[in-house]
Design a protein around this ligand. Structure first.
Ligand code: AMP
Ligand code: ZN
Length: 113
């Protein structure tokens, strides 16, 4: 997608601090961290929101969650982490390319508000 900021990161058209990459998934640091560890996990396939997910994406979304596990192990986040996705307007989604936020490094309040 031409005007998608995360697609531009995937194609190295804008910089990001990339933490982990596979054929289908990219993990990089959030530019405005809300916790000591704040990563974004994205599929390389451009899908705007969870509303557009279909049966063809089952493996891909599994890979995305498994990437979260792998990154958490590598970073030693044994105290825990939060994996969240903001979907649509009411949740405050700003970038319309599916992503999970991985937050860690401090006690995380619940509910987030
Ligand atoms: P949201 O769509 O509300 O779930 O959040 C999008 C997230 O992307 C925000 O936390 C932003 O700080 C982050 N973000 C936006 N642009 C960039 C960028 N160029 N590099 C890294 N993170 C970004
Ligand atoms: Zn995109």
């Amino acid at each position: 997608m031409q005007d998608c900021i995360f697609c531009k990161i995937i194609h190295r058209e804008i910089p990001a601090e990339i933490i982990y990459e596979t054929d289908n998934v990219l993990v990089f640091k959030d530019i405005r961290p809300a916790a000591p560890v704040h990563l974004l996990l994205i599929p390389k396939k451009h899908i705007p929101t969870f509303f557009e997910l279909g049966p063809e994406d089952v493996m891909l979304m599994g890979e995305l969650q498994t990437a979260a596990a792998e990154v958490a192990r590598r970073l030693g986040l044994s105290n825990g982490f939060r994996l969240v996705s903001n979907i649509g307007r009411d949740a405050g989604q700003l970038v319309f390319h599916i992503h999970y936020h991985l937050l860690a490094g401090r006690e995380l309040k619940w509910p987030p508000g």
